[in-house]
Design a protein around this ligand. Structure first.
Ligand code: HEC
Length: 159
């Protein structure tokens, strides 16, 4: 009785095993991670999210979170260049320079310096969108109230 299902199950296991990556993908190991490449639009959506969280964290005086969010924005710029080398005409040098001045404002805990650099960054985002023929992708300054109030807390909350 047992053998009647053992054989089909064993055959199925073999079949699944063989279909997993080896067929058709020359020289690729089965354990290799998937090569999902996020689109420029996806990375940009993430950049935008981190950019606005950056602004809200400074409003809350949560400088540690601000530093984290800025890092996410910078990584996003790098990710576009890394994943889409064919789009080398997208130049993030200026955006990275502005990100560095935001970093300085965070280190100095200067709200005023931060607001100035943040405005420059917003202008840079929109300048590039205009340059690539998509001026309708306009980003503005985030507004109060924060849509992230459930996730973003004042630093005192962690003490
Ligand atoms: C050097 C060029 C460049 C810079 C700088 C840039 N972007 Fe973009 N962004 C693009 C391009 C190109 C697209 C359109 C991608 C597409 O067509 O899928 C885009 C799309 C977007 C979108 C729309 C995403 C979607 O699919 O809904 C948002 C939001 C966005 N960018 C936010 C930002 C923000 C915020 C910044 C600044 C912090 C920024 N971008 C800086 C090139 C840039």
């Amino acid at each position: 009785m047992r053998a009647t299902w053992v054989i089909p199950v064993a055959a199925l296991v073999l079949l699944l095993d063989r279909s997993d990556g080896s067929a058709g993908q020359r020289g690729k190991s089965v354990d290799e991670p998937s090569k999902y490449v996020p689109s420029v639009g996806e990375i940009m959506t993430k950049i935008d999210l981190s950019r606005s969280k950056l602004w809200y964290s400074v409003k809350l005086g949560n400088w540690a979170l601000a530093d984290y969010q800025l890092e996410q924005v910078k990584t996003g710029f790098d990710d576009v260049s890394r994943h889409h080398p064919d789009k080398s005409n997208f130049d993030f040098a200026n955006a990275q320079k502005i990100a560095n001045s935001i970093e300085e404002a965070i280190v100095a805990r200067s709200d005023e310096q931060f607001q100035q650099s943040f405005s420059r960054m917003t202008a840079e985002c929109n300048d590039c969108h205009r340059a690539v023929g998509k001026p309708f992708l306009h980003v503005g300054a985030p507004k109060i109230p924060s849509p992230y109030s459930d996730k973003m807390l004042e630093p005192e909350a962690f003490r």
